[in-house]
Unconditional design. Structure first.
Length: 359
């Protein structure tokens, strides 16, 4: 009799478990039906982003870092490289633009620095002591050589990078519906599509498509400020693109934008990191970015133009970037900045990074 009772109780439990399972299955099917488009977009975005991922030979950590930086907890840096390879058919091109961005996830701050492409430096892989233009680093050793040269020049670790060629730049600008810029003065610039075509810009607010935005970013000969004016326009474009991408209509087609970008962009930024960064900087606008500049003088050596940075200004820029990346740093007796140990939840001290000394 007792045995039969145990059997009946077990059957009731099994029946209850089946009902619970069916309920969760129905709930899951309902979620999939309602959110199917969203899931499809997320899948496509991740797939496209995976296509852009390209790890550096050095691994995940800069030589100036003790450990891989956690972008959700500590400040980090990104180097954007605009690669000019149309004239070399994709082989050994030069960087037409170099932009360093430092970000602090806790304070939600961002600094941006454009490095003039003719800046006279010693390349990281050159042991002769000779100096040349910084944009030659890419033609010598690609992104690896460029990253190391920028690290030596600025005295900061470059944690992440992104390279984009001209086609990728134009495709993304077109896909997000163009950008709005404030043109500083009237000028014209030839199009990269046709040697005979010129694009005209009028002082004031203008809406630019991809082809126009590229011409706007590249012009420097008609700018009295030369590379400085050019760098400001490039930073203006990045800010405008940031504002445009954050609009609801573009967030709704983020998968398409990612597909466009994946064809012409390489980066060591993972999709999971990008999603985390999007949450941290939700609502962040282009005007929230603080811009820095390198000043100096024109230099002509053997008929070749160079930009020679002012030593004091360069030191100030290095210090400001270091302070942004290492907000808790203190100077030791040798003048090298070191970050104070950060306390963990249980009160113990964790390992910390050490910033590089100035170049």
């Amino acid at each position: 009799m007792a045995e039969r009772i145990r059997v009946k109780v077990r059957k009731k439990k099994n029946k209850k478990r089946k009902l619970i399972k069916r309920f969760f299955v129905l709930m899951l099917l309902a979620l999939l039906a309602v959110g199917g488009v969203g899931i499809y977009k997320i899948y496509n975005t991740i797939s496209a982003a995976d296509g852009t991922y390209d790890q550096l030979e050095r691994g995940e950590k800069s030589k100036l870092r003790d450990e891989v930086v956690d972008i959700k907890k500590k400040p980090f840096s990104i180097l954007f490289m605009g690669v000019e390879d149309y004239s070399t058919k994709g082989e050994k091109g030069r960087t037409d633009s170099l932009i360093v961005v430092t970000l602090d996830p806790k304070q939600k701050t961002m600094k941006m620095l454009s490095i003039p492409r003719d800046t006279r430096v010693q390349l990281a892989g050159d042991t002769t002591g000779a100096k040349t233009k910084i944009n030659a680093a890419y033609s010598k050793g690609g992104k690896e050589e460029t990253i190391e040269t920028v690290e030596d020049f600025l005295g900061i670790p470059i944690d992440y990078y992104a390279t984009v060629d001209f086609d990728g730049f134009k495709d993304v600008i077109d896909e997000i519906g163009g950008i709005d810029v404030d043109v500083p003065f009237d000028f014209n610039e030839k199009s990269d599509v046709s040697k005979t075509k010129r694009i005209y810009f009028k002082k004031g607010n203008m809406h630019l498509n991809g082809e126009e935005a590229l011409a706007y970013a590249r012009m420097r000969k008609q700018d009295k400020r030369g590379d400085f004016g050019r760098n400001d326009r490039q930073k203006q474009i990045l800010k405008a693109a940031l504002d445009q991408i954050s609009k609801p209509q573009n967030l709704a087609k983020i998968d398409t934008i990612a597909q466009k970008a994946s064809k012409n962009i390489q980066t060591n930024f993972r999709i999971t990191q990008a999603l985390a960064l999007q949450q941290i900087y939700n609502g962040f606008k282009g005007n929230d970015i603080e811009t820095l500049s390198i000043t100096g003088k024109d230099l002509n050596l053997a008929g070749v133009y160079y930009f020679e940075p002012d030593e004091q200004n360069l030191t100030n820029v290095q210090n400001e970037l270091n302070h942004h990346l290492y907000p808790n740093a203190t100077a030791d007796s040798s003048g090298t900045s070191t970050e104070s140990p950060a306390s963990t939840v249980d009160g113990t001290e964790s390992s910390t990074d050490t910033s590089a000394s100035s170049y």
